[in-house]
Structure formats: C-alpha cells, structure tokens
Design a protein around this ligand. Structure first.
Ligand code: DOR
Ligand code: ZN
Ligand code: ZN
Length: 340
C-alpha cells in the first residue's frame, strides 16, 4: 500500500452542460475519484461552449455543490470553438479559467493562433493545443506533426506558454524535443492509450482522436516519457453513450474513457516493465501537470500496488461503459481518495 497526493488531470471531458446523456459533472467527478484524481481540468467543448463567464460559473458552481475532486475548467480560445473571434481572455481568467483550449478542434488559421499566443503572453495564460492538420486524415501521422510544427513556429516568433495535448507520434515528439532544447516554453502530455496500444482495431471502443499509432510511435512515446520530452500523462477522458460507441467504427464518435484505468495502465506498462520508476511515473501524474497549470496538488490517495485486477467497464462510475482496455489484467488498484 502507498499513499500519494491526488493525481492532476490536465485534460478530460465532463460533457455538462449539453451532453449529459454521455456524462455529467457528478458522474465524471465520481469516476475521477475512483481513479485517484484530486484535480481535473474539463475541456470546453460542451453545449453551450465554455467560452463565456456564465457557463464557466455554472460548471464551477455545480462542481462545488457536488464536492470532492477539484474541478478547474479550461475555457475556449475562440467563440464557439470554430470561429476566429477570440474569447474575452481577461474576463475568463479573472473568473477562474485555469487554461484555454479549443480541444476537439484545432485552430488552423495561424494568424488567429498568433493572436491567441500574443494574448496568452500578455496576460500570462496557459494555452493548450489540440494540434491537428485537417488536410490529412487523422490516421496519417502528418495530421499531428505538421500541426505541431506550424504551431511551434508561432511560439518561436511570439513567445508565450504552449502545452500540446495528447501527443501520439514519433515525429511530433522529435519536434517538441528540439523546441525544448531551444528554450521555448512548451510542454506536452500523452495519454495511457498511446503507450499501451498500437495498430488498427475495428471496434469503436478503440476509436479516439488522435488515433492509435504504430508500434514505432508507441515506443517513441515511452522513450519521450523517459527523457522528459513528455511532461505529463493526461487521460483525455472522453465519454460517449453506449449507443454511440456500439455503432460501427466509421459511424461512432471519437473518444474513450480514461479516469478509472490510468494509474494501473501506467503502473503496469511503465513501472512494472522498468521503463520508469514509481517516483518518475507519479511525477507525470501529479507534480508536472500541477506545475504546468500553476496549482498545488490536492487530495490524498491510497493505492494497493500489488493488487491484480481485470478491467470490467460495467463497474466503472463513468456513464460510458466501454473501454479499449476491457478484460486486461492490470496491477495497482486505487483503494480510496480523501479530499482535505
Ligand atoms: O477522442 C477525442 N474525443 N478527441 C477529441 O479531440 C475530442 C474528444 C471528445 O470530445 O469526444
Ligand atoms: Zn483533442
Ligand atoms: Zn480532449
């Protein structure tokens, strides 16, 4: 048994307001608690989009009413996530937005992206990028790394802090490694599925964006976790309804759940295999993500490292009852979480 600080989740989707049939703030917070999280940062692709103070306040108030896990919402960078009209960064920041992202969609207009970074620099904000070049299929590595490349050019020109979400390819990691060596203020996260799974799978429970990559990419992700190119492990917990995820692969939405398997996947695939020691792994779950958003970790988690368990999504607290990890035997079970 070990006791640690609560995990810090930089990137998840709670779906409320607007898509409560997929997840709501209460079910998402319950799943986060089961997974050992003390702090979670939900992305703004709700309906309405969290691009305004009123929606931000609604999420904060609902989370406070439920209590437990600390919920620190990420607000949109542009109105409705699909426009070139910037949000009121200053008002949202003052109302408690922890960071800004259009996650779910990329910002592809580099003139707009530049204005976003300039505002970020001026106000000292954390920008989080869903880097995707939609000229390519998401299943082509170029969709990720050409977007990472063009965004890094803007960071080099403007400055400011940029965090890359869900990095999955070898080429993107090489670009970020080089940018860090140059001294740019960039960080990145990967998700457990990118260091545990690879290849094509035709069931929708394996469908997420960015998608699973090749074995070469999976190994490059592990190497980048080892050398510090990847700062943090975030789940991109992205629940969808059972009906949506039992559709054929091509008709199902992108997104898988992650809160309730993240620790055990990291422990089993990174620590038990000797790729990282326990302390290094915990830094990517707690201290590094906390540093990126400038907060102190929160909560206290008890974990039984020796417990062996089999993933059964029907037992999850999230509303989404399927997972690419179904039936997997994992080590390390979160036994309890306290929020004091
Ligand atoms: O898999 C994903 N799901 N990728 C995204 O970029 C969006 C997310 C979602 O909101 O479902
Ligand atoms: Zn994304
Ligand atoms: Zn996401």
């Amino acid at each position: 048994m070990i006791v640690t600080k609560g995990f810090v989740e930089l990137h998840c989707h709670l779906r409320e307001p607007g898509f409560e049939y997929k997840e709501d703030i209460a079910s998402g917070m319950a799943a986060a608690k089961t997974g050992g999280y003390g702090i979670i940062c939900p992305m703004p692709n709700t309906n309405p989009v969290c691009d305004n103070v009123e929606t931000l306040k609604y999420i904060q108030a609902r989370a406070a009413q439920i209590g437990g896990v600390k919920v620190l919402p990420v607000c949109a960078m542009t109105k409705d996530l699909n426009s070139d009209e910037l949000v009121d960064f200053e008002a949202l920041h003052n109302a408690g937005a922890i960071a800004f992202s259009n996650d779910g969609r990329p910002v592809e207009n580099m003139a707009t992206f530049k204005r976003i970074l300039q505002e970020g620099k001026r106000l000292g904000l954390v920008m989080m990028s869903h880097a995707e070049n939609t000229e390519f299929s998401p299943f082509d590595n170029r969709s990720e790394y050409t977007a990472v490349g063009r965004e890094l050019k803007v960071v080099e020109e403007v400055g400011g802090q940029l965090h890359f979400c869900h990095i999955s390819t070898k080429e993107s990691l090489e670009l970020i490694r080089t940018a860090k060596k140059k001294g740019l203020n960039v960080t990145c996260e990967t998700a457990p599925h990118y260091f545990t799974l690879s290849g094509r799978h035709d069931e929708a429970r394996f469908k997420m964006n960015p998608p699973l990559r090749s074995e070469v990419d999976r190994l490059a992700v592990i190497e980048a976790l080892q050398d510090g190119t990847i700062d943090a492990i975030a789940t991109d917990h992205a629940p969808h309804s059972i009906e949506e995820k039992t559709r054929p692969f091509n008709e199902a939405p992108f997104g898988i759940v992650g809160f309730e398997t993240a620790f055990a996947l990291g422990y089993t695939y990174l620590v038990c295999t000797g790729k990282l020691n326990l302390d290094e792994f915990l830094k990517k779950m707690i201290d590094n993500p906390a540093r990126i958003i400038g907060v102190e970790p929160f909560g206290r988690v008890e974990i039984d490292l020796d417990e062996e368990w089999v993933v059964n999504a029907k037992e999850f607290r999230t509303k989404a009852k399927n997972s690419p990890f179904e039936g997997m035997k994992l080590y390390g079970k979160v036994k309890g979480c306290e929020y004091v």
